[in-house]
Design a protein. Structure first.
Length: 414
């Protein structure tokens, strides 16, 4: 997905279809983000976690979906707390939503206090050195914006040790401590029967109970579905907001959010026995009709989804039917076997669906050999992007074409 897109000026609001048609002439792919689906997913998670507050994790540009657009939509829907990874991410979100609380998961570094204070956001502090540096800044500046404390209960990544957490209990009991949230992170929440869940819950419940009067948070997206004991005062869904299945052992309760389409740039026919793509790893077993589409691994469509003579790769939807990838995915292009489609069902300029219409983020993750989180955050920077819903009409956003680049001809109508 585009990380720094330019907005195309519009004379007035355009429908998603009109925006898409305008983008096709110059861009090989169109990525549509359904803000209404994100809101619906957040509300479902909120309802599941009642009476806990439901926040939203919008780090990594809202998992590639656009942190500014997503934060505005969720703020209008009633979300009051957001989590990001870095101060720079917090700065962009604060410009979009002036009121909500923003926590920065990456922690506090010396001499960064002014950055937090200037945009009124809160660090998530993960060791005693950070806490000491934060205290120095607050004492010298008079800043009272608050901070979260992260306690490690088994991830062994970030967070105070249990001994360090116990050491600051007197500070909590003394009052005026400036700690607005105590939190931890589950290791295996997506595995319902993992013994780590119960172990972490017991550990966190014990230590959080000593942070008298401080709200507590443990559950991520999957943790919400482990039940009320895991939900505490606040839950922190991330990937589930964007359509990734938080309950992989059951059906996905979330709505799909992202649709990705790519343009056919050429139709070609090959004979039985001819190979396709780099390495010649895929061989036609019959006279074959191919559609070449203008997306590749540079756009975040992983090379791991390629096919060869012994392995079937991912599929895309062409003219309403699933069609297999033929050969290796290259940097900018993918070949699709459309032999079984009716004549003229697919033509140069038509769009095919790589994500959406039944092809889920989790299905792509399976073919990519990864997880849905990485699929979303890897989608590339060369797509035209459309936002729909969210109680706001968003203009089309797309990266600027390279200077002097030759523009492809306008496609025929689909």
């Amino acid at each position: 997905m585009a990380s720094d897109p330019k907005t195309i000026p519009q004379s007035g609001p355009l429908s998603a279809g009109a925006d898409q048609a305008a983008a096709l002439a110059a861009y090989g792919g169109v990525l549509t983000v359904d803000l209404d689906a994100i809101i619906a997913n957040w509300r479902k998670l909120e309802k599941t976690a009642v009476p806990a507050e439901c926040s939203a994790v919008i780090k990594a540009d809202a998992y590639g979906c656009g942190a500014e657009q997503v934060s505005r939509a969720l703020s209008k829907a009633g979300c009051r707390t957001f989590f990001v990874a870095t101060i720079e991410e917090a700065r962009k979100v604060r410009a979009a939503v002036p009121e909500p609380t923003i926590y920065v998961l990456g922690g506090y570094f010396q001499n960064t206090g002014e950055h937090y204070a200037n945009i009124n956001c809160r660090p998530v502090i993960g060791d005693l050195n950070e806490l000491a540096e934060w205290d120095v800044f607050c004492r010298r500046s008079g800043w009272t914006g608050g901070a979260a404390v992260h306690i490690d209960t088994g991830m062994n990544r970030l967070g105070l040790t249990l001994a360090d957490a116990q050491a600051i209990i007197p500070r909590i009991n003394a009052g005026d401590h400036g700690i607005t949230l105590v939190m931890s992170h589950l290791v295996s929440a997506e595995q319902l029967n993992s013994p780590l869940n119960a172990k972490q819950l017991a550990t966190f419940r014990s230590i959080a109970s000593e942070f008298s009067g401080v709200p507590a948070a443990l559950a991520n997206s999957s943790g919400i579905f482990l039940g009320a004991p895991f939900q505490f005062d606040l839950v922190r869904p991330g990937a589930a907001l964007y359509g990734v299945n938080p309950t992989p052992e059951a059906d996905n309760p979330m709505q799909p959010v992202v649709e990705l389409k790519a343009r056919i740039v050429q139709i070609r026919n090959i004979e039985r026995g001819e190979s396709v793509g780099y390495g010649g790893t895929w061989t036609a077993r019959r006279p074959t009709k191919l559609a070449i589409i203008a997306v590749g691994y540079a756009d975040g469509y992983f090379r791991a989804a390629s096919s060869n003579d012994g392995t079937r790769g991912a599929e895309v939807i062409v003219a309403g039917k699933r069609c297999p990838i033929a050969g290796r995915i290259s940097m900018d292009l993918i070949a699709i076997d459309i032999t079984d489609l009716p004549p003229n069902a697919a033509r140069r300029g038509h769009m095919v669906t790589l994500l959406g219409d039944g092809i889920t983020v989790d299905e792509l993750a399976h073919h990519f050999g990864t997880i849905g989180y990485e699929v979303l955050t890897s989608l590339g920077r060369r797509y035209a992007r459309i936002y729909k819903g969210g109680d706001v009409v968003e203009p089309l956003e797309r990266p600027a074409p390279p200077t002097g680049a030759e523009q492809p001809p306008s496609p025929p109508p689909s």
